[in-house]
Design a protein around this ligand. Structure first.
Ligand code: ZN
Length: 310
């Protein structure tokens, strides 16, 4: 590849100054760059895998995403291979803000072994979780404009980690693409009248979405900001009452979490209530129409508009 020589030099500098592991001595013709010396990003969630992947691939590098499609980011336990991948990467990108609850000790271990870890969430103007002023809401990606900022920050971090400014430019390019997506999401959601901009969701993942796009929450099925708690039957009965009294017609489930509790709520609330699945914790599989971050958010916006506009 054309970038071979500069990658070789950069990898050497990075290894010397940052103590990065896994940088092979290139042989001068670029043949060995495919493996150890190539620029690579490890991302925790499929959402960050898509955004950071677009940035790193724009500059000629590659991405490896730890969580498989459909994994719940609150509840993912990494393997020892995941730790090894993090240590070898040029940069590890995680959401932070307590999202990746199962990844904490693996990140510590990888960090001790020399991984360069960047948690992007704290740099995206995080807001408190609704009803919990002492804890920040990790679901930052549900606001596309915040992820546009994330793309440029990831580009900057990658440029710093590799010494290659092309990655900063790539971050801005991806950021621009995401701002276009943000505009499209807004125009799709314009179809929902003011009086119907009320969401009932499986868990408290729509705080940033609500602030950005003008929706409020009438309640969540799973309390506590994560997906790991369980509601009691009194909570569910109270929420079913709210759904009935507020005239809510759709409850939004999450493809990365079983829908049984949401289905139970819909059943308790009555026959006029439909359950609509959204991509929240994970992208969709290839061919789902939600296999990039951009298409995921556009699909969600269309499903919300279809469910609430009628
Ligand atoms: Zn969540």
């Amino acid at each position: 590849m054309a970038r071979g020589l500069s990658t070789h030099v950069v990898a050497g500098v990075a290894a010397a100054t940052l103590g990065l592991g896994g940088c092979a001595i290139a042989d001068g013709d670029g043949a060995s760059h495919e493996t150890d010396a190539a620029v690579s990003v490890v991302a925790s969630t499929t959402i960050l895998g898509s955004v950071a992947g677009q940035v790193v691939e724009c500059g000629g590098g590659q991405v490896h995403t730890l969580m498989p499609v459909g994994a719940d980011p609150h509840d993912y336990s990494p393997s020892s291979a995941d730790v090894a991948a993090m240590v070898k990467a040029s940069l590890v990108v995680v959401n932070g803000l307590g999202l990746e609850e199962g990844l904490t000790s693996a990140l510590d271990t990888a960090g001790e072994d020399g991984a360069v870890v960047y948690a992007v969430g704290p740099d995206l103007d995080p807001q408190p979780r609704e009803g919990a002023s002492d804890s920040l809401d990790p679901h930052i990606w549900m606001d596309v404009a915040r992820m546009a900022k994330a793309a440029s920050l990831i580009g900057d971090q990658l440029a710093a980690a590799t010494g290659d400014d092309a990655y900063a430019t790539c971050g801005l390019t991806v950021s621009d693409s995401l701002m276009e997506t943000d505009t499209e999401v807004r125009s799709i959601l314009d179809a929902v009248p003011e009086s119907r901009r009320v969401l009932v969701t499986d868990h408290q993942a729509f705080g940033y979405f609500g602030s950005a796009y003008g929706f409020t929450s009438a309640g969540v099925v799973i309390p506590g900001g994560s997906t790991l708690a369980e509601p009691n039957s009194a909570d569910l009965a109270a929420l079913a009452d709210t759904v009935r009294t507020e005239g809510v017609t759709a409850i939004f489930a999450n493809t990365a979490n079983p829908t049984a509790l949401v289905d139970a709520l819909a059943q308790e609330a009555g026959t006029q209530v439909s359950v609509v699945e959204l991509y929240v914790g994970s992208l969709g599989a290839a061919g789902s129409g939600a296999d990039t971050y951009q298409s995921m958010m556009l699909t969600d916006a269309r499903r919300i508009a279809d469910a609430l506009a009628g």
